[in-house]
Design a protein around this ligand. Structure first.
Ligand SMILES: [Zn+2]
Length: 316
């Protein structure tokens, strides 16, 4: 999360530091020479320059304490008014982003993460996952999983205190992880989900957690697992929505998480994919006489293998 005040402060420091480095390397142009002159004589006519110099001095004093290299700089400059600027390991002027990061750590004791960056903490390849999600056939499941990782599911982003669901009330650090994997409501479904997934997919899971949704670890040709996970996530989202938002719990039944429902969604998805492939093959055979039907069908069957058998397209 940006702190714009610190960002501005970091810019002042960076600009001043750059000027000092250029001066030290004797590469100043006329304007820069004029600035340096003001600094060395102590007669500063530009208020912008004065602010930048103050910011740089503060930065040097504060960070000298934690960085031995800067301590040395401090000693060197005891009497001499201006020498070298602060440099990094490769002897370049210290970068703006490093200055900003140091200021943030000083103020907040750690880097502030955005919600998106929090995803990275779970060790999931966020760039890769969206590519995988885009290949999911199950429409609503794909949508929900996309919104889960993009963190744009409606109505839960602001949940930062305690879980509003009566049977839970745990404190929430991350609403997405909480509602899908940690909430008392959710965890009560976890054993059922593990059983459902393992019943329908050759790729097995041991636990229901965010790593089960990490599709980047799945073989490129495997189709059942990504679709199955998307279906489960969508069903879970329906359950979460019911608990959070349903005002008519008396008459509306809670959405179920059971093998029959998930299996039906999976079979429908496979049939949709099969229909698309057969359409494609029919079209191909119209425009050219020799086509690779047999190959494409066997690749398809391999991609959509489930322990349920029979294969979606019969052997011929
Ligand atoms: Zn909860």
């Amino acid at each position: 999360m940006w702190d714009l005040e610190l960002r501005q402060e970091a810019f002042k420091i960076w600009n001043m530091n750059r000027l000092l480095c250029i001066h030290f390397d004797r590469e100043c142009n006329e304007v820069q020479q004029w600035y340096i002159q003001q600094v060395t004589t102590g007669r500063i006519v530009s208020s912008i320059l004065r602010n930048q110099m103050e910011a740089w001095k503060d930065y040097r004093t504060n960070h000298a304490a934690t960085m031995p290299k800067l301590n040395k700089l401090n000693e060197e400059t005891e009497d001499v008014k201006w020498v070298n600027g602060i440099r990094n390991m490769s002897n370049r002027p210290i970068k703006l982003r490093d200055i900003y990061a140091n200021l943030v750590i000083k103020k907040y004791t750690s880097i502030r993460l955005t919600d998106g960056q929090k995803n990275l903490r779970y060790n999931i390849n966020i760039n890769g996952i969206f590519q995988k999600i885009s290949k999911v056939i199950h429409h609503k499941g794909r949508n929900t999983l996309f919104r889960f990782f993009a963190r744009c599911l409606p109505g839960i982003n602001h949940q930062r205190m305690n879980c509003p669901i009566d049977s839970c009330r745990q404190s929430i650090t991350d609403p997405y992880v909480h509602f899908f994997f940690q909430c008392n409501v959710t965890t009560s479904y976890a054993p059922a989900i593990v059983q459902i997934v393992n019943h329908l997919s050759f790729k097995k899971i041991h636990l229901w957690n965010i790593h089960a949704t990490d599709l980047t670890t799945i073989n490129k040709t495997e189709k059942v697992y990504p679709n199955l996970i998307s279906i489960v996530m969508h069903q879970m989202w329906k359950i979460v929505c019911y608990n959070l938002f349903e005002t008519d719990k008396e008459t509306k039944p809670i959405p179920e998480m059971n093998t029959a429902i998930i299996q039906k969604e999976l079979i429908d998805t496979i049939n949709t994919a099969k229909w698309k492939l057969l359409k494609y093959l029919a079209y191909q055979s119209k425009i050219k006489s020799n086509n690779d039907d047999v190959l494409l069908k066997s690749v398809f069957n391999r991609s959509w293998q489930t322990p349920l058998k029979p294969l979606p397209i019969p052997h011929n």
